[in-house]
Design a protein around this ligand. Structure first.
Ligand code: 0K2
Ligand code: SF4
Length: 334
């Protein structure tokens, strides 16, 4: 009998699709079914290559800005949200819009508007150039300044240090954000907190789950695309919490055999924009390398589900089409 240790996979749960991504992707699918192709989508509906490629094959046309959409056509706004200026541009072109902004991003937009109306300086913690941050900042550009991590804190200047609040992008590292807030508060002791967590439940849950497996994993694989903030954060969190190594892949074909030399335990997770089929492919690929034993490590159960965007629901209802869909999130027996 061999004494070789069992090669195993620790599979993080929750992982993969969150409620906002599920809603946005289903919105594009239902729009294609209901209105027929093409359906225009401003920016990637979610930051996942496979999702974008699959929807493109079905007739979605992804554009960067609304001026690329023919006058009067239908356009879907991505899960990451848009600024009021984008709504105005779409209205000026007479576009039929379906807003697939995640309700938890909209919540942050509303917080920004409220604090701007109360004349606060708003310090928005987030990554420069990310679509979500552009959308949120666009709600009150005169009041909002971006703080891109702890090292950006020293450069912040405000009008009144006693009237400052921080808000954040929904998909950041919780620990790094808390460090940014700590440093901000050193400078502005009366800094106000957001009324509730801006980093959303899904981002938090996926980080907690990867933290649980990382100390036991020689290598952690995160499935997710390079432009997916929450997926990239999972790689960082894995490395910070004890993983021997951590890599992000879009798909199984990107796994390199040398990553698994001498490895006994592989940790596996996926970002909030990643379909489970891509994780399954990685599991199948790892099985060919001897990692046949899969143990799911669950740190939370998720049952949140959002209804489809209002405009789409109304059209489906008028046509007598179902507006509800079967619950399928986070119900994935291994
Ligand atoms: O993590 P990101 O914000 O870059 O976006 P995705 O990878 O598309 O994940 C879904 C989050 C969308 C909005 O919060
Ligand atoms: Fe919404 Fe969070 Fe998912 Fe973003 S990651 S779409 S905020 S649930």
């Amino acid at each position: 009998m061999s004494d070789a240790p069992t090669k195993r996979i620790l599979l993080a749960a929750p992982r993969g699709y969150c409620a906002g991504v599920d809603r946005a992707v289903v919105a594009v699918e239902k729009a294609l079914d209901h209105y027929g192709a093409p359906v225009y989508v401003r920016k990637e509906i979610v930051h996942n290559k496979y999702v974008v490629e699959t929807l493109t094959e079905r007739g979605a046309i992804f554009v960067n800005e609304t001026d690329e959409v023919p006058e009067g056509a239908r356009v879907i706004f991505s899960a990451h949200g848009v600024s009021p200026a984008v709504h105005a541009q779409a209205a000026a072109r007479n576009l039929d819009t379906i807003d697939a902004t995640c309700p938890l991003v909209t919540k942050v937009h509303k917080e920004a508007v409220r604090f701007a109306n109360d004349d606060y300086d708003i310090l928005l913690i987030g990554h420069e150039g990310h679509e979500e941050v552009e959308g949120t900042a666009g709600e009150a550009p005169e009041h909002i300044q971006l703080v891109d991590g702890p090292d950006a804190v020293d450069a912040v200047t405000v009008r009144d240090p006693d009237k400052v609040v921080w808000l954040s992008q929904t998909t950041l590292s919780v620990d790094e954000t808390m460090e940014t807030v700590r440093r901000l508060r050193e400078r502005f002791p009366n800094l106000a907190d957001p009324p509730s967590d801006d980093i959303c439940y899904a981002t938090q849950n996926r980080q907690v789950a990867v933290k649980k497996i990382s100390p036991h994993a020689d290598v952690v694989i995160v499935v997710g695309s390079a432009n997916s903030s929450n997926s990239v954060r999972l790689v960082e969190v894995a490395l910070e919490t004890g993983a021997g190594a951590a890599y992000r892949v879009d798909r199984a074909a990107e796994l390199r055999e040398e990553w698994f030399d001498g490895v006994t335990t592989v940790g596996l997770t996926s970002g909030a924009s990643v379909p489970e089929i891509l994780v399954r492919d990685v599991i199948d690929h790892l099985a060919t390398l001897g990692f046949g034993d899969v143990e799911e490590v669950r740190t939370a159960t998720e049952d949140l589900m959002f209804s489809l965007p209002r405009e789409l629901r109304a059209d489906l209802k008028k046509a007598g089409q179902p507006t509800k869909r079967p619950r399928q999130l986070d119900l994935r027996p291994v």
